[in-house]
Write a protein of this length. Structure first.
Length: 157
């Protein structure tokens, strides 16, 4: 098992490997399915759907945190543009780091990398949805300058 033990610089070691943040590749589908099962529940999405999304979904950007060959986290986002507004905006849809690796700055690095990428694609406004009870996530997002709003999210289906 990987033990997250030491955060000395922006890149830090876990066991003997350096954690790298990089854009997801189609070859990451199996590892991403394992992480998604931990995040959203086993069987939430099939390997085929994840692989298809990595190969064909041009609106989604995915960054992963890699410890050697193993993935320990991911961040997903999508860009949007509406005829109603002059600027693009982005929604950071998912941010997940395995439990044993939390508290070492991996989520912060994933979010920072994603924000930079989205800004390079023209986004100037960002949305993130999280549970009102997710204290750690809210603290991270607030530290990046996000603010709670009074908007209500309505779901269907």
């Amino acid at each position: 098992m990987i033990n997250c033990i030491n955060q000395l610089e922006m890149e830090f070691t876990m066991n003997t490997n350096v954690i790298t943040i990089r854009q997801a590749q189609p070859a990451d589908a199996t590892e991403l399915q394992k992480l998604n099962d931990l995040f959203n529940g086993a069987g939430c999405n099939s390997l085929e759907n994840i692989a298809d999304s990595l190969n064909t979904n041009t609106r989604e950007i995915i960054f992963v945190a890699a410890d050697g060959e193993s993935l320990v986290g991911f961040c997903c986002a999508q860009m949007f543009r509406s005829m109603c507004y002059p600027m693009k905006y982005a929604e950071i849809t998912e941010l997940f780091v395995v439990d044993r690796c939390r508290g070492h700055g991996i989520g912060r690095r994933l979010l920072s990398t994603m924000e930079t990428e989205l800004m390079e694609h023209g986004a100037r406004h960002f949305h993130i949805l999280t549970s009102k009870d997710n204290v750690a996530a809210k603290a991270l997002y607030l530290s990046f300058g996000f603010a709670e709003t009074t908007e209500i999210i309505l779901d269907k289906g």
